[in-house]
Design a protein around this ligand. Structure first.
Ligand SMILES: [Zn+2]
Length: 63
């Protein structure tokens, strides 16, 4: 099952959307996007936290 992650939902005025299965790879892509587009050097842990804060359980994230 894929999920939609909109950069906009995380507080940035940005139309970047990731629409794919929730995996560590997806979290890595989102992290890279924050760094490349917004100059934010988040850790994987921080981005994982942002996603779980939006109601996605840690268990639902595939390795
Ligand atoms: Zn963005």
């Amino acid at each position: 099952m894929s999920i939609k992650i909109r950069c906009n939902d995380y507080g940035y005025e940005c139309d970047h959307v990731l629409d794919e299965e929730l995996t560590m790879g997806l979290i890595g892509k989102l992290r890279d996007h924050f760094e490349e587009e917004h100059g934010l050097d988040y850790t994987i842990e921080a981005v994982t936290q942002m996603i779980t804060n939006r109601g996605h359980s840690l268990e639902s994230i595939k390795k």
